[in-house]
Design a protein around this ligand. Structure first.
Ligand code: ZN
Length: 404
């Protein structure tokens, strides 16, 4: 083997982004004049409708992959486009780049007028998910498929029942589930209040747990499990956290996005103490940062700023864990990647502080390993990500495709 001397550099496990929206690649920093519901209606639904154009979808897929490579995001749960032609562009771009991807088309069977181009009948939605699984799901490879209802307000009881049946059928094949949970708690017309009013349920999570009938009665099979990731989970009840922990469901924690949309702060101590796996997500485009260490940076700040006893200085090792191994665990592929253990498939980054002077400067001042890791995570910017490897193969940035 060739031995390379990378003294002065750091090796980090590749970042794992557990929640990122491919069809929102071009609309980070979109001003929607309000919180989640306004932003979706004014900015996001119209922007996502543009991916019906195959040429535009290809351009967005290329840009999405380029951002992932530049930021060292070696694996990701990617919230997909409504359009199969755009999903094809996404999978092909990832295959060409050599990145890991789990994705699924965003399912919407109801919604406001601005979402009309993204909405299909229930029968069509079911057929398209089956087709996506048959065409693209490769359990042992770098590419897998998820069942992705946008959120409970984009589907109906009938759709959730049908998706539960489908999931029961395909779960053994390693298919995933991905959606949003408890993001916006504005009284009256916010997301959580509207879900509870529309479904007449005790808790939001019940709608994904087969308990979508009035009074949270069981109406079908649930969607929770070891390959299910719920994004946000900012405003969960203790019962919801316990249920996620018991089923092995993971949370994609997206503090950067929650700042952008005024969604509040997930209680870190209570959520972690409940035993739920918490991994980081950028939530691009509500999150305006692609680099997962920047999300870890916001994670540190929002939890230290939490009121009263909730305030906590998250340890740098926990931040690194949330950005890497917790993500691999959320994807149920901890045996393949997530850290630098022997026997894993070698997803890692070469960080060169000399390529970004402010980072080099702060690292020089760090005297303990904890301080050094903290400075590295807080101060990392794209220029210092020198090399990115997936399964031992260099994928970039710049000239790619050599064996490690
Ligand atoms: Zn999201």
């Amino acid at each position: 083997v060739v031995v390379r001397d990378l003294r002065g550099c750091f090796l980090l496990p590749g970042f794992v982004d557990t929640h990122v929206h491919y069809p929102q690649t071009a609309v980070t920093d979109a001003y929607g004049g309000g919180q989640l519901m306004e932003w979706l209606e004014h900015c996001i639904f119209p922007a996502e409708a543009e991916l019906a154009d195959p040429g535009y979808a290809e351009a967005i897929a290329a840009a999405f992959v380029a951002r992932r490579v530049a930021c060292g995001t070696t694996a990701a749960m990617v919230f997909g486009s409504a359009f199969p032609v755009a999903q094809r562009a996404l999978y092909e771009a990832h295959e060409a780049a050599g990145l890991r991807v789990v994705s699924g088309r965003g399912i919407q069977t109801v919604g406001p007028d601005s979402a009309a181009p993204l909405i299909t009948t229930e029968a069509e939605a079911l057929a398209l998910v089956r087709e996506e699984i048959d065409t693209w799901h490769d359990p042992a490879g770098l590419r897998q498929v998820a069942i992705v209802p946008r959120f409970s307000l984009s589907v109906t009881r009938q759709t959730l029942a049908a998706l539960g049946e489908l999931y029961a059928e395909v779960a053994d094949g390693g298919v995933y589930v991905h959606s949003h949970l408890n993001e916006n708690n504005r009284a009256g017309d916010g997301e959580i209040a509207t879900v509870k009013a529309m479904y007449e349920v005790d808790s939001y999570l019940d709608t994904y747990d087969g308990r979508f009938l009035p009074g949270s009665r069981v109406g079908g099979a649930g969607l929770l499990g070891r390959r299910t990731i719920m994004a946000h989970a900012v405003h969960c009840t203790d019962a919801e956290l316990d249920r996620m922990a018991a089923t092995g469901t993971s949370i994609a924690h997206c503090p950067t996005s929650q700042l952008f949309l005024g969604s509040g702060t997930m209680p870190w101590r209570r959520t972690v103490a409940a035993g739920v796996n918490v991994a980081l997500g950028t939530d691009v485009g509500a999150g305006d940062e692609w680099l997962l260490s920047r999300v870890a940076n916001d994670c540190y700040k929002v939890h230290l700023s939490a009121p009263g006893d909730d305030a906590v200085a998250v340890h740098p090792a926990e931040l690194l864990f949330a950005a890497t191994l917790a993500g691999a665990r959320a994807l149920d592929q901890e045996d393949r990647f997530g850290n630098l253990d022997a026997g894993k498939e070698a997803d890692f980054l070469v960080i060169d502080p000399a390529a970004y002077a402010p980072l080099a400067l702060t690292l020089e001042q760090a005297s303990t390993p904890d301080q050094q890791l903290f400075a590295l995570l807080m101060g990392l910017r794209e220029p210092a990500i020198r090399e990115v490897y997936v399964a031992g193969r260099r994928v970039g940035p710049g000239q790619a495709a050599s064996e490690a």
